[in-house]
Design a protein around this ligand. Sequence first.
Ligand SMILES: [Zn+2]
Length: 123
Amino acid sequence: MYYIKKRMEIAGCHSLRLSYESKCSRLHGHNWVVTVYCRGTELNPDGMVADFTHIKERVHGQLDHGNFNELFPFNPTAENIARWICGEIQGCFMVSVQESEGNSVLYVSDDATPSDIAAGSAI
Ligand SMILES: [Zn+2]
């Protein structure tokens, strides 16, 4: 099994629809640090699990400098964004989204194994 990791920074804004009073309901921005983990048992004809540039285009290209409330049909929490990114990338099994220095989310797909998670964490 091959594992790759792609890290990128995405600037964007969102406001959250919450069931309680929060400053996060007001429009505000983050520089999200997104890390995408992919696996593949075989390499493509170019000898890669996936081209890092294609992953960046797929995620950064769609989201950077965007208003996430306009880009997504769902409440754009870091958790929901992480799950969406995982579904966008072929072979992706795990996505971390760091919203700020102390606040991060990790989404792991249902079919990821403990060894996938261990390998992804090691690279
Ligand atoms: Zn926020």
